[in-house]
Write a protein that binds this ligand. Structure first.
Ligand code: EPZ
Length: 427
């Protein structure tokens, strides 16, 4: 298996181009199933997960071609409505084809995604929402079968928790339903807004973008659209935290600053200098006399649905708090098992203990981490280990980096341009 080797202790300086958001690209790719014709999507990151989604669209009869960050997709003739287990098990976001297939073909058979490292990840909210729209669902040999006779019918539904892909799936199911659909307690993530903009460009009539109450007026049909994936706020946040951990000064080009307000606030409290600019975000770590790095204040964090602190940046922020001057409490409220990075960080010299859904991080100062061989367990835990390795003294070897390659485009190359000593060793 491929490994990342990092020589830590160097500051990061320069500019890095932020790629399109993985968690926006995936629903936008799935939405191309809603209408025949040629869809053009710009700023699509080339990741393991987007390649899996394109393979899934191909399995369903779609045809696509990539030209740099632009992907052209044609779903004129769908030849199937099944998302097979061997694809879904590698990427749970495959469930996002349920809504569009129900809307387009009235039928879908999708493997249950099963759990993953960070939690059980059920899709009960998705299924209850479809049933509210007149869909009959059944579970057969690990697959969800969903079927509707004729058009879906609009109705009102309420999410017990603001599920991101649940909101996206129901939007895609409701756009051509008979009548109006109201989704209460909807997710407000920017990636949901990106999908709403694409669907409205295709002829849908969705109101309430960026709010927790969405209204979908059903239309007869949709047409293919040209749209762009928004910049990845989680990639940008990961690099912001890396600068805080390593020192230096970096411009994160093209990220949308307001999408990172919660993290920016926390990093300013840690002592970082953050300048919001038209062309992106400038992040700098102040140096004290003798060019040594500023001491990091310990700051508590509780993960929340957007616009709160993102759960997808929790592991990365924890690596930073391991180097702070005090004790930070990190409370994970979204997923039940998103502390897999703790054991690996402790092997690098961190002092973190887990108490239920809270991690108590006893910061040991900037020179506390030392390089070690560690293992990636999930996408964001991998990013946390990269940050720790960049800041630690000595060499860090991260195995199972296929996790990292699911969600970060050219991470080693981007970090090398910022002065990091990091390279990939292929098995
Ligand atoms: C999306 O996952 C993201 N993935 C996740 O990013 C992100 O961590 C998560 O939202 C929360 O922000 C994509 O957008 C592809 P949820 P999703 O449904 O939609 C529970 C990454 O690292 N729930 O908002 O699957 C669920 O168990 C990934 O890029 C149900 O109980 O998350 C969780 O506790 C990881 N039943 C909470 O709701 C359901 O039917 C929020 O989950 C659905 C969700």
């Amino acid at each position: 298996m491929d490994t990342l080797v990092i020589e830590g202790g160097l500051p990061l300086r320069g500019e890095v181009q932020i790629s399109g958001a993985k968690n926006a690209a995936l629903p936008l790719l799935a939405a191309t199933l809603l209408a025949p014709g040629e869809h053009i999507l710009h700023n699509v990151p080339d990741l393991r997960d987007t390649r899996t989604m394109l393979l899934l669209l191909e399995t369903l009869g779609g045809r696509w071609q990539r030209d740099g960050a632009t992907v052209r997709i044609n779903t004129d003739t769908l030849s199937g409505a099944e998302a097979p287990y061997d694809l879904v098990k590698t990427m749970r976001a495959s469930v996002l084809v349920l809504g569009p297939l129900l809307s387009r073909a009235g039928f879908a058979r999708v493997s249950l995604p099963g759990g993953c490292a960070i939690g059980a990840r059920p899709i009960d909210y998705h299924l209850k929402g479809f049933e509210r729209l007149g869909v009959a669902t059944s579970l057969e040999q690990g697959y969800v079968e969903a079927r509707v006779n004729g058009r879906l019918r609009g109705d009102t539904m309420y999410f017990d928790a603001p599920s991101v892909t649940g909101t996206e799936n129901l939007l895609m199911a409701a756009v051509c339903a008979q009548g109006t659909t109201h989704i209460q307690n909807a997710a407000r993530e920017p990636e949901v807004g990106n999908l709403i903009d694409m669907l409205n460009t295709m002829g849908a009539r969705i109101e309430g973008k960026d709010s927790d109450s969405l209204t979908v007026h059903g239309v007869e049909r949709l047409v293919a659209a040209e749209t762009a994936v928004i910049p990845d706020r989680i990639e940008a946040g990961t690099y912001m935290i890396a600068v805080a951990a390593c020192g230096g000064k970096v411009l994160l080009r093209d990220c949308i600053c307001r999408h990172l307000a919660a993290l920016s606030e926390k990093l300013r409290l840690c002592g970082l200098i953050i300048e919001e600019r038209q062309d992106g975000m400038l992040v700098a770590c102040p140096e004290v006399a003798g060019n040594s790095l500023c001491a990091l204040e310990s700051v508590d964090v509780t993960t929340q649905p957007y616009p709160g602190f993102p759960t997808d940046l929790q592991a990365q922020f924890m690596a930073l708090m391991a180097m702070s001057e005090g004790t930070a409490i990190i409370h994970e409220t979204i997923f039940e098992n998103r502390f897999m990075h703790v054991a690996e960080l402790n092997r690098m010299g961190a002092d973190i203990t887990i108490e239920g859904s809270r991690a108590v991080v006893r910061g040991c100062g900037r020179d506390s981490l030392s390089g070690a061989p560690v293992m990636a367990t999930d996408l964001r835990a991998s990013a946390s280990l990269v940050i720790a390795g960049l800041a630690a003294a000595g060499t860090t070897e991260i195995s199972r980096i296929y996790h990292l390659e699911r969600g970060y485009e050219n991470m080693a190359a981007k970090l090398q341009t910022l002065g990091a000593r990091i390279h990939k060793v292929s098995a």
